[in-house]
Design a protein around this ligand. Structure first.
Ligand code: MF3
Ligand code: CO
Ligand code: CO
Length: 257
């Protein structure tokens, strides 16, 4: 027992529900489903399993999760848009269970996608997992950013600057900011008991972003594709724990092969 074990236990429960929600929706990702339908299915799944969708009414957001398609970087709003062959899609789910949050997102692909899109998705997933594997007390926030930035830039992709990971616990977004670019051995030191997200947004073109008139949807300025994966993690005495790992073993697309 330590002074954060109760918090970690709650984060584990909330994180597991968020991951199970993404597991559940995976089979539904096919041409013709609307992003509103995805939103509804996930809302009901979370509610029926004892949680609440944190994005719903968060700072005026009117849906229960984010669906970010193709050149949308993040905070895409579910709509009547039907998924089509060739689409790449991020679904970002955040649960609240017993006051604590679990925040996770994965990429999904619809039918055949381009080699470039596949490479972008693979690089984004790998960058998240590479950054996760180095987590332990004593490393610095900049080490996380460095890991992600050096990996994806070597492949010719870019790291979005305008959005970052965040502390998370009984509050959805709290300090520290977790930047996905940076220099080794800079920034605050990680301490046991810290809980935060890592959620790199990686573009196939330039990193510049803009927010559409709806006030939420962030897109790449150059209309290039963007990908993202997110985990909620906790720092332990000598390493880390991922709270949002798939129960079904889903990591990156394709999920059913
Ligand atoms: N889940 C997003 C994150 O990773 C935040 C979404 S807030 C919303 O931090 F209001 F846009 F839903
Ligand atoms: Co987040
Ligand atoms: Co999220």
């Amino acid at each position: 027992m330590n002074n954060y074990s109760e918090k970690f236990e709650k984060m584990r429960v909330a994180g597991k529900l968020a991951a199970e929600c993404l597991d559940m929706i995976t089979d539904h990702i096919k041409p013709g489903i609307t992003t509103n339908k995805i939103d509804n299915l996930c809302y009901e799944f979370i509610r029926d399993n004892g949680g609440y969708s944190a994005p719903l009414y968060y700072r005026g957001f009117e849906k229960s999760l984010c669906t970010s398609l193709n050149h949308v970087i993040c905070h895409g709003i579910p709509s009547d848009r039907e998924l089509e062959e060739n689409d790449i899609l991020n679904i970002d789910v955040t649960t609240i269970v017993d006051g604590y949050h679990g925040d996770t997102s994965r990429m999904f692909t619809v039918g055949e996608i381009s080699i470039k899109a596949k490479n972008l998705i693979d690089a984004t997933y790998n960058s998240l997992m590479n950054a996760t594997k180095i987590l332990k007390p004593g490393i610095k926030l900049g080490d996380i950013g460095y890991e992600i930035q050096s990996y994806v830039e070597a492949k010719g992709f870019s790291v979005v600057r305008d959005f970052c990971g965040h502390g998370i616990s009984n509050i959805f977004h709290e300090p520290p900011n977790v930047l996905h670019y940076g220099k080794k051995n800079t920034g605050n030191e990680l301490q046991p008991g810290m809980t935060f997200t890592i959620e790199p947004m990686i573009n196939s073109g330039k990193y510049d972003a803009k927010v559409l008139k709806d006030g939420w949807t962030a897109v790449t300025k150059d209309k290039s594709l963007s990908a993202q994966f997110e985990h909620t993690v906790g720092i332990t005495e000598n390493g880390y724990e991922i709270f949002t790992e798939s129960v079904k073993g889903y990591k990156k697309p394709p999920y059913n092969k």
